[in-house]
Design a protein around this ligand. Structure first.
Ligand code: NAP
Length: 338
């Protein structure tokens, strides 16, 4: 994809940075972030965006709550608006975190809705992040966009309200797409802790290992976003998941094999529950069975580059082996560290 104007709200995270690095080579990319280059304690200083590689990336500060001229103007004439903003769910679900997880997604979506509605030349397409975790804990049947079922636990409630908020935004000349993304495998994100576990000899199954693990390679996530943006007949909900989900046991085995780990001790559910409490996260993130398939993407003719897990993991492990550790600064177009 080339010569597009792309806005990525919440584009400083794992997915946003991977997409910006790829798109920044042939497109104009503008990232909306709550931080700017003046922050002393900036937490992005270890992330890599080399201006020489990605000269077309600009950062604009927003508060992710209110539409303000200095960033809403950037939306004029955009080809793609992608919203990835939201507090990470990798935390304990106490009242404060629950509130922040939900409000960060709702407020940013509303702010973008107002901004798009005020444009003279609004973005052609608006893709809003959502999550494949909207479907129930499924051990029996795959869940797709047509027949998938939902339960009413906290994460599902968040997903439902997040999607509803997006659907409620009235933007008459902008095509809207909901990206129900599966766990994204790339350089960062969940791969980092999984690789650490395997490295420590703890890369066995989690729980009984029979829970399903729906996943997508980061390249296919990017390609799916490009595909959906370029196809005017695509709108509404899309599961963004590889067509061949696996069990947790198979995922861990594949990772161990790729990393040539001799042993992989399993982690029973009780141990995971205790461990999650100690490190400040939720066991659900590992134990929920996510059995999600991309029926609509396949129907529309999208071809996955990584439809099966072993080749996806092999590619990611190879890339990791080829690449030195990230140590460059996170720079904006003007060279200021963010
Ligand atoms: N990674 C996955 O496997 C996966 C799977 C399904 C769905 N998703 C969803 O996809 C989106 C992007 O995922 P990611 O892995 O790239 O997430 P991430 O690394 O946590 O990045 C999310 C971005 O959201 C912004 N943000 C964080 N807290 C915020 C808050 N309180 N208010 C407003 N903005 C906030 C941050 O940007 P600034 O700090 O620069 O403002 C951050 O860079 C998230 O909404 C996530 O729920 C991810």
């Amino acid at each position: 994809m080339n010569n597009r104007k792309i806005i990525i709200a919440g584009g400083t995270g794992f997915i946003g940075q991977a997409l910006a690095s790829a798109w920044g080579r042939g497109n104009e990319v503008i990232i909306l972030s709550r931080y700017d280059g003046n922050s002393e304690s900036n937490r992005f200083s270890n992330q890599l965006i080399r201006p020489s590689h990605t000269p077309n990336i600009t950062y604009r500060r927003w508060d992710a709550m209110h539409p303000e001229k200095h960033w809403t103007n950037e939306l004029e004439g955009a080809d793609i608006l992608l919203n990835l903003a939201g507090k990470s769910v990798n935390c304990r679900y106490n009242d404060a975190n629950k509130k922040a997880i939900l409000s960060s997604r709702i407020n940013s979506t509303k702010a973008l809705g107002k901004a798009v509605a005020s444009c003279i030349h609004p973005p052609k397409v608006w893709l809003n992040a959502a999550s494949a975790t909207i479907y129930r804990h499924a051990m029996d049947l795959p869940q797709d966009e047509y027949t998938g079922e939902m339960q009413d636990d906290f994460s599902v409630q968040v997903c439902k309200q997040w999607e509803q908020c997006f659907l409620d935004q009235t933007v008459k000349d902008t095509r809207k797409i909901i990206l129900r993304m599966a766990i994204t495998l790339g350089d960062g994100g969940v791969m980092a802790p999984f690789r650490r576990l395997v490295g420590w000899g703890l890369g066995g199954r989690q729980g009984n290992g029979r829970q399903m693990f729906s996943w997508i390679h980061i390249d296919d996530l990017r390609r799916a976003i490009e595909f959906l943006s370029e196809h005017d007949d695509c709108s509404g909900i899309f599961n963004i998941a590889a067509p061949r989900p696996v069990t947790n046991r198979f995922f861990m085995e594949t990772l161990r094999r790729s990393m040539q780990a001799a042993i992989g001790l399993p982690a029973p559910a009780l141990l995971l529950t205790l461990g999650a409490a100690i490190i400040g996260t939720e066991p659900e993130l590992l134990l929920k069975s996510r059995w999600v398939v991309p029926s609509r993407l396949v129907e529309k003719g999208f071809i996955f580059r990584y439809p099966v897990l072993p080749s996806a993991i092999a590619q990611l492990c190879q890339t990791k082996a080829d690449k030195p550790e990230r140590n460059a600064c996170f720079l904006n177009k003007n060279g200021a560290t963010l």
